[in-house]
Design a protein. Structure first.
Length: 226
């Protein structure tokens, strides 16, 4: 029995399916939601194997982030061992000098799935990032399709009678080279066995607003040669 026509039909259908996946403009908040399952223990986000990156607690200013530096997924963040020490998250810190060409066409940005935060914290962050970006004239596109790629790392840990949410965003070019780093932290009232339980949506929305504002500021300086 001849099977060649069937093979041809299957290949044609596959090609059409791939062609339908080329839309890049994103209209929902799924782009930051981790694609891996969220752990049931301390509810820390498991590392997405499709988007390897260097862990936030191992960053140094002379170590560019590239796609061949995977995160170790068997080392979850715990409340007594924050992935981003609070003493290192006080200011936005440039990593390398950026030529005007690096930010000339930075009207499109993309995000990789966030590392270190549970889905219930990522959703308000994602929504506010989208809102802030649109208000600033930025278009969020599929991962790796933007002029700049933002890769985020989060940690929540008890700090006295409060909880600190520390964050790092690495701004990468299309080749995965880090151009700039945004650091910061926000404080949530109260503590819990799982620090993320006391982090409110408003805290994540504030982080989103700060992120886009600092990105815009850096991009403007880079485009002017500053």
């Amino acid at each position: 029995m001849r099977k060649k026509p069937v093979v041809a039909i299957v290949m044609t259908a596959a090609a059409l399916a791939l062609a339908g996946c080329n839309s890049t403009r994103l209209t929902d908040d799924s782009w930051l939601i981790p694609r891996a399952d969220v752990g049931t223990g301390n509810q820390q986000t498991q590392v997405n194997p499709d988007a390897p990156a260097q862990p936030a607690d191992q960053f140094t200013s002379d170590q560019p982030v590239t796609s061949d530096q995977p995160v170790t997924s068997n080392q979850p963040v715990t409340s007594n061992q924050p992935a981003i020490p609070s003493s290192q998250t006080t200011a936005s810190t440039p990593v390398s000098n950026t030529s005007p060409a690096a930010a000339r066409n930075a009207s499109t940005i993309s995000f990789t799935p966030v590392i270190g935060a549970p889905v219930n914290a990522v959703r308000p962050l994602s929504r506010q990032l989208g809102s802030e970006a649109r208000a600033r004239g930025l278009v969020i596109v599929n991962a790796n399709d933007g002029s700049h790629i933002l890769k985020g790392y989060f940690s929540a840990f008890a700090d006295g009678d409060k909880t600190t949410v520390a964050f790092v965003w690495d701004i990468l070019d299309g080749s995965g080279t880090r151009l700039h780093r945004i650091r910061g932290q926000e404080v949530a009232q109260g503590t819990a066995a799982d620090p993320w339980d006391v982090v409110q949506e408003a805290t994540m929305e504030t982080i989103a607003a700060r992120t886009i504002a600092e990105y815009i500021s850096w991009s403007a300086q880079a485009s002017s040669g500053g």
